[in-house]
Design a protein around this ligand. Structure first.
Ligand SMILES: Nc1nc2c(ncn2[C@@H]2O[C@H](COP(=O)(O)OP(=O)(O)OP(=O)(O)O)[C@@H](O)[C@H]2O)c(=O)[nH]1
Length: 905
């Protein structure tokens, strides 16, 4: 409780201390001195006493005469009065307000009213007393209010202090707990970091061997990539580095660094990928628990896990889709597409690429390509068959003959004559069936004729790997002599290593001149026997039949010389001559048996089809039970119609036949798919071309450059060329030399090719020459932009054009102390001319631009070396020329620009 002293109260009330003391004593409060404390209760006591004293006083001496107490209050305030003179000036007026309130004693009112008027003196004294008392009471009330206010404030302060103390205590406790927790975490982290380090050490020791192996594989890859592209390892490493830099992931340029220091986040193929580890940890992190801390530890200690790239052995079939290839390398399809684009190959994820392309991609992505044949099972079968045949002694067989020669010299007539006269000799006496080949029994032996004459069919069969012909009968009409197709036939037969027997036909006609024919043959290096050579030349007539027997004798003689043999006691195999689907018979194939005996009921595989030999027929339409070497038979029972040239095997069981057939079918399907996609692409691009430049005045560009940076810069700059009339469209852009597919694309979409520091490869060059696609080479970006700008703005002034005047291939490099590196070259195109600027190309990319310092031929300095000639080229200030590089010689000329030059439409 708030307390105050007597002195303070006396001064507050405004009475002397002694008087207050006496009053307090009267009220029963023990206070004798000025410094004695007075509590609030004491004050209340005093108040009550004073009130009772007053009341008793009123009830005694004055009470009879007074019935009310008046309180007057005076208050003074100030008022601002506007004087009306404007502005803020005014007059301040003091206002005093006096109030009077009368408290009436209702109980005594009637008495008062009845009482006579009091004396004025008594009233004045009464008023003075009243005033004093009222003031005292008022002051006492004020003192009480103040005391109460003070007490309230003190209480508030106390509470605040308590609250503060409580909060401070809580804060302290919290800090203590946090410090304790942190200490625990730290201890835990350290323990786990230690454990982690130990685990790493163990892992590193374990991986050491594999990392080394991976590194050496990476080195080996680099070396092979370099070899295959005719570049040094440093070049390849530098190139890869450049690609990485272009991706904003600069890595160490050396191969070992590449192999060993890469981090998981940038190389997904890394062996111990941090990314993977991180992901695993992240999962645990979400789940909470101890592993969560492990993540922090690893991060804080910036520990790098030992990493090495996974160099995978990637099996590559003959055809593979991009998606499948990506899957085999364990990378995303997009990565492969990106890499292909960098290599200048535009593809889609489902597109099929050939084995060679796939191999390059796999190498570029740092893996080991393992080309595999999709016909492994088949190969195994073929090997099996060969091994079996090698162990068996072959027996003489009939020669298989193909008739070739110039058009209308009588091939068909001769074949028909022989068939008609010789085949029908059989007892059946029926009409010969055309089954693609027929078998002739002659006095001295048998001969099989292939019923499809002409060297084109012969070569087509050869192209399919079917070497069925043993002897070629070359027919030359006696009245016409050696003609162009006679010569072609000779070349084809020679290319196949097939012996030739010449039949001079139409001997019955009047203009027949066999000597002329012989001399024509001699000039083709076919020297007739009677001219001292070894070529049998037999005059025949398909009309009269003259000499036909002699011809057959000659063929058999040749066969005897060549000793054609085939094993009999082996599983049969042959070649499909032709096939068809016949109503009521199903797939029918004529198979010429090459070895063994084909029997009815055999399980047979022919091309991608299989089946059981249901029935076999000969050329007379007679059923046969078996057919030995050199015998053609029609076979029924296959699942489909194989193509001419397909091989046919008898396999141990139908299941195996079906398995290989499925493999072959898949192979064919993939090949077809590849073709179909090519066709679709062409359709797309030709569609672009249709509403291309002609109507909408588009300028289509296909851009190829040496590095991604320059390609991007070119594309950006070209797109920004302002033109109201012509819209520039970049059909395609990429890094690397200009390929054949680039040219085809440019052709299909009516685009101009811009090659920046790159050149077209051989195939592309050929297509460019054939199609006339506009290809422009630049080595300064500004010039390319300027040319296109001028073209779209219709400027027809002159332009500086580069013309490649010669191209030489570097075959070898010699070092000379005087001249430095000398490139031993063969000029393959145009001519190499001294005094002209040159460029060194590697994989169709410009690697150096400079001058031709020396040009020599057989140690003599020369001015010009034409195509097809060897020479030695010294490049000024460039000693890094390598075998496989190309050196192009060009000249710059100013030419008048024509509208059609750039506005392709
Ligand atoms: N007089 C005569 N005419 C012949 C002889 N051989 C072919 N002819 C005729 O020459 C023409 C062409 O004979 P083909 O047997 O069709 O000649 P080909 O070489 O098979 O001709 P293509 O099938 O077109 O390559 C036909 O009118 C035959 O009748 C022959 O020995 N004597």
């Amino acid at each position: 409780m708030a307390q105050t002293t007597v002195k303070q109260l006396a001064s507050e009330v405004g009475i002397p201390v002694e008087r207050l003391v006496s009053r307090l004593a009267e009220a029963g409060v023990s206070a004798s001195s000025a410094d004695d404390q007075i509590s609030d209760d004491d004050k209340l006591k005093l108040l009550r006493h004073l009130r009772s004293a007053e009341s008793s006083r009123s009830g005694g001496k004055l009470g009879a005469k007074r019935s009310s107490v008046s309180l007057r209050r005076r208050s003074t305030s100030e008022l601002k009065v506007n004087t009306g003179r404007g502005g803020s000036s005014g007059r301040t007026v003091s206002v005093e307000v006096r109030k009077r309130r009368t408290y009436a004693n209702r109980g005594q009112q009637s008495d008062d009213e009845q009482a006579p008027a009091r004396a004025p003196e008594a009233e004045a004294s009464e008023i003075t007393q009243e005033q004093a008392e009222a003031q005292r009471v008022a002051e006492q009330e004020r003192a009480e209010a103040e005391a109460a206010e003070r007490a309230r404030r003190e209480e508030e302060e106390r509470k605040e202090a308590e609250e503060r103390a409580r909060r401070e205590e809580e804060e302290r406790q919290r800090a203590e707990a946090e410090a304790k927790r942190q200490a625990q975490i730290q201890a835990q982290k350290e323990a786990e970091a230690q454990a982690n380090r130990e685990a790493m050490e163990r892992e590193r020791a374990r991986l050491g061997v594999r990392v080394d192996a991976a590194r050496s594989r990476a080195q080996e890859n680099l070396r092979r990539a370099a070899e295959s592209h005719g570049r040094t390892e440093e070049d390849v490493a530098r190139e890869r580095e450049r690609e990485r830099a272009a991706r904003g992931q600069a890595q160490p340029a050396n191969a070992a660094g590449d192999a060993g220091k890469g981090k998981g986040k940038s190389r997904k193929e890394l062996h111990v990928a941090e990314g993977k580890q991180g992901r695993r940890k992240d999962k645990k992190k979400r789940g909470g628990g101890r592993r969560q801390k492990n993540v922090n530890v690893a991060t804080e200690h910036t520990f790098e896990r030992p990493t090495a790239p996974v160099v995978r052995d990637v099996e590559i079939p003959e055809l593979i889709t991009v998606a499948d290839l990506a899957q085999r390398m364990a990378v995303k399809g997009g990565e492969v597409l990106k890499r292909m684009m960098k290599l200048g190959v535009m593809a889609t994820i489902n597109q099929t690429v050939d084995q060679e392309t796939a191999q390059i991609i796999v190498e570029e992505m740092g893996h080991n390509p393992k080309p595999v044949s999709s016909e492994t099972a088949e190969e195994a079968l073929a090997q099996e068959v060969r091994a079996e045949e090698d162990q068996v002694e072959g027996v003489a067989r009939a020669p298989v003959v193909t008739i070739m020669g110039h058009v209308d010299h009588g091939k068909t007539s001769l074949l028909d004559y022989i068939r008609r006269t010789k085949v029908q000799a059989g007892e059946a006496g029926g009409i010969t069936q055309h089954i693609g080949a027929y078998h002739v029994k002659h006095d001295k032996g048998a001969i099989t004729f292939i019923d499809t004459p002409g060297h084109a069919a012969f070569t087509r069969m050869r192209a399919r790997g079917a070497e069925i012909t043993d002897i070629a009968i070359l027919i030359v009409a006696a009245d016409d002599g050696v003609m162009p197709q006679t010569k072609e036939s000779i070349q084809h037969a020679r290319a196949a290593g097939v012996p030739i027997v010449v039949a001079v036909t139409k001997m019955d006609v009047s203009g027949a001149d066999i000597e002329k024919v012989k001399s024509g043959l001699a000039s083709e290096d076919l020297i007739p026997e009677d001219w001292g050579g070894d070529i049998q030349v037999v005059p025949v007539s398909s009309k009269t039949g003259e000499g036909v027997d002699d011809l057959l004798d000659a063929v058999l003689l040749q066969a005897e010389v060549s000793e054609f043999k085939a094993p009999i006691d082996v599983a049969a195999r042959g070649v499909v001559i032709e096939s068809s689907l016949e109503t009521g018979r199903g797939p029918v194939a004529t198979i010429l048996v090459k070895a063994g005996k084909l029997k009815r009921g055999d399980s047979i595989l022919a091309g991608p089809h299989y089946g059981r030999v249901r029935a076999m027929f000969n050329e007379l339409g007679e059923q046969v039970k078996e057919a030995g070497p050199s015998i053609p038979v029609e076979v029924l029972g296959l699942s489909g119609t194989p193509e001419a040239g397909d091989d046919a095997f008898v396999v141990a069981n139908e299941k195996k036949a079906r398995e290989i057939a499925a493999q072959r079918e898949e192979h064919q399907r993939e090949s077809k798919l590849a073709q179909q996609q090519a066709a679709r692409l062409e359709e797309v691009f030709s569609a672009i071309g249709e509403d291309g430049p002609a109507e909408s005045k588009d300028l289509n560009l296909l851009i190829k450059g040496d590095v991604q940076g320059s390609v991007e810069a070119l594309v950006e700059s070209l797109r920004k060329i302002p033109s109201e009339e012509v819209k520039i469209r970049i059909v395609s852009s990429g890094v690397g030399g200009i390929s054949e597919s680039d040219v085809e694309l440019a052709l299909a979409s009516q685009a101009i090719i811009i090659g920046f520091n790159v050149r077209a490869d051989n195939k592309a060059r050929k297509t460019i020459a054939e199609t006339g696609v506009d290809v422009r080479y630049y080595s300064v970006i500004y010039e390319a932009i300027q040319d296109v700008t001028d073209a779209v703005s219709g400027l027809l002034g002159t332009e500086l054009r580069e013309e490649i005047i010669g191209l030489a291939e570097v075959r070898d490099v010699f070092r000379s102390s005087k001249l430095g590196a000398i490139a031993g070259c063969v000029v393959v195109d145009g001519a190499v001319v001294r005094g002209q600027p040159i460029r060194v190309l590697r994989n169709n990319v410009v690697v150096y631009e400079g001058e031709l310092e020396s040009l020599r031929r057989h140690k003599d300095a020369v001015d010009r070396v034409p195509a097809g000639t060897e020479c030695g080229i010294g490049v000024k200030n460039y000693n890094d020329v390598k075998p496989g590089d190309q050196i192009e010689v060009y000249e710059r000329t100013e030419v008048q620009r024509k509208v059609a030059d750039t506005e392709t439409a």
